[in-house]
Each structure stands twice: as structure tokens, then as C-alpha cells.
Write a protein that binds this ligand. Sequence first.
Ligand SMILES: NC(=O)c1ccc[n+]([C@@H]2O[C@H](COP(=O)([O-])OP(=O)(O)OC[C@H]3O[C@@H](n4cnc5c(N)ncnc54)[C@H](O)[C@@H]3O)[C@@H](O)[C@H]2O)c1
Length: 382
Amino acid sequence: MTKKKELRIGLIGCGFMGRTHSNGYLRVGNFFPELTYQPVLKAVCSRTENKAQAFAGQWGYQSVETDWKSMIARDDIDAIDICTPNDKHAEIAIAAAAAGKMILCEKPLARTLDESRGMVDAIEKAGVANTVWYNYRRIPAVTLAKQIIDSGKLGRIFHYRANFLQDWTINANLPQGGEGLWRMDADVAGSGVVGDLLSHCIDTAIWLNGSIKNVSGMTETFVKERMHQLTGKVEKVNIDDACAFMCRFNNGSLGLFESTRYARGHKALYTFEINGENASIRWDLHDLNRLEYFDNADASTLRGWRSIHVTDGDQPYMDKWWVPGLGIGYEHSFVHQVADFLRSLETGTPCSPTFREALETQQVCQAVLDSAASGTWKNTNA
Ligand SMILES: NC(=O)c1ccc[n+]([C@@H]2O[C@H](COP(=O)([O-])OP(=O)(O)OC[C@H]3O[C@@H](n4cnc5c(N)ncnc54)[C@H](O)[C@@H]3O)[C@@H](O)[C@H]2O)c1
């Protein structure tokens, strides 16, 4: 057996994403045996020693750090994986790039467009491999949607519609800020649903349907004040609780996007639908192995929405998993992103979305927020 090349990982932040990425690094070698690189879980960083040790024990990291700067200074680490809340993405990525590390960064790239630009400059100056974890692209049904669109089957595209709905912040007594609730604090998160949820929808939309030219958006903060966990004081809430925007894509199609954390009954309902001249496509995260497809070329007597169970070996990524008919889940999208990143190191072709590509999503997010604040249409300049 040929010896694999090691990719020594330093993971920063052991929360939700720290777990999904660690699972990806552990699984990838079992399911993508052809890859020449193998991740090695070299070190994990948490601000508290106990938490870092517990995480290292659970996932098999060889060592721990309590300061991300020490992690970056180590010469036995090749790649830094940023799984911290958004306020640390830019600082860590810029320092890691200066130290010559490869970088895998969680989305959104940063809190603001300006911060994101600084990250792209740093990484391009350093010339290091990089990717941003917009993982929904790598759910097989979503990848299949991309293949169908690129094959031209939809023809001219007229409409792109996406929703990302949750309901976890309706309770007005829920505090903001601090561990577990940083998404409610604009200083840490940058924005509310725009950066957290719509960024996913925008990334997928740009990937599937091309660049967005201009936007007109509205946002609302339904609960205006909440107790801040860190200060203990009731403070103004500065994030957007909900946002809806319409847009024009460069290809002439119209887009409609909505996201909220106030849609009672919905936990993480990400859906999109694309309507073309010849065919339409629909996808729903709650039924992620299925892609719905309507083809107007079908015989009129049989025409209707097909529900394609994306589990066959000739569908994207599925030759790596079980047998036809058996589905996979959310966590596999992260295994796929690790596999694609490792393959990109072999081929030298960047692993999409790169920081540069994710910057375009930030441009759209910024334009949406600016439009909502001004009540006018905004160009994304993408
Ligand atoms: N790709 C996706 O689908 C997806 C899903 C959820 C979150 N995210 C993104 O991942 C990032 C993390 O989100 P999460 O849900 O894992 O949050 P989380 O709160 O579960 O975990 C964040 C962790 O980072 C730690 N942390 C904070 N500052 C730190 C520092 N200076 N040094 C070391 N550790 C630090 C926290 O203690 C916590 O353990 C965010 O940018 C978020 O937007 C992406």
C-alpha cells in the first residue's frame, strides 16, 4: 500500500462545526481511499483546557492548545480549520495566511464585506490553499441540480426562489450574546439571518444560477431588547431577525429569498426552486436525498413532478457510500468537502468555494443589508 501524504490539521473552536469537521476528517479515508492525502488530527484549540482535552479525547486529536496564536505558530500543522464564531474568522485567517498555513474557514467568511476583503487579500498574497465551508453544495441532490442546470436541460432560467426558516428565537426572554447565543449579538455575528442563513442560500444560488446583479431587501428585528449574557444588562438587539429580498441575476432571471428565525414550526427548512423554460428543479433540506424535477419534454399524459431519490452510484458522491436506495445525511456533506479539499491538493485546482468566491456572497449580503437600511435597490458590484 502506498503511504499517504499527511495533512496535519489544527482545528480552532470545538462547538457544532468543530464536531462536523472532525467527523469529516475521520471518515474521509474510509470512504475515499483513492485520495493521496490523509488528514491527521494534530491539535484542537479551545479557550478552556478542560474543554479542549475532552474534545481531543472524544475525537482523537493528538494535542491541545488554549490560544489560537500558539496553534498557528506550530510548525507541525499544515492547515488551520476555523470553526469559531464569526468575529474571529478574519483575525485568525489573516494570521494563519501570514504563517503560510492552508485555511479551511467556516461561513460566512466574516462579519462584514470589509473584513472579508482583508481575508481575501491576505490569502492571495500568501498563495495558500483555502476553502469556505458552504457545505450544502456537496449534498448529492444539490450537486445533481448543478449538473442538470449545467447540462442546459432547464433552458433559459426565469426564477430562483429560496427560503431558510427557523423558529428558535421567538421567545422574548431568550438572552443574547455569549456561549451558545453569539448569533444574537451583532458585534460577534456581524448580522442576523442574512449572514447566518441567507449566506448559504446565496452561495448555492450563485453556484447554480450565476452572479446576482442588484437587490432590494427588508429586514426586521421583532424583539428589540434582550438581556446580554455577558454584561447581565438588557441591551438593544442589533441583528436582523428576519429578512426578505428580491434580486436580479446577471442571466436575467428574478430571485426571491426569505429567511427568519420566527417561522413557528420550522427548525432548519432550507428549500430552493428554480424554474426554467423547459424544466424546473426543487430541493428541500428536510428530505435531502431527493431532488424534484419537472420536464416539459415528457409525454403530456405522463408529465408531472418526478421525485428523484439521489442514491444511485452514478449520481454525485453516491458511489462512495452504501448501495442504491440507501440515503445519507447532513454530516456527509462535510466528508465530501474534506474529500474535495484533499483532491484539490493533488490536482492543484482550488476547492470551491475559495475565499475569493465566498467574497461574492459577502457582496450580496452587504448589498441586502444596505438596501434594507436605505429602502433602495443596491448593486452588488459582483
Ligand atoms: N456550514 C454550516 O452549515 C454551518 C453551520 C453552523 C455554523 N456554521 C459556522 O461555523 C462557525 C461556528 O459555529 P458553531 O455553530 O460551531 O458555533 P458554536 O458556538 O457551536 O461553536 C463555536 C466554538 O468556538 C469557540 N470559540 C470562540 N472563540 C474562540 C477562540 N478565540 N478560540 C478558540 N475557540 C473559540 C467557542 O467556545 C465554541 O466552542 C460560525 O462561523 C458559523 O456561522 C456553519
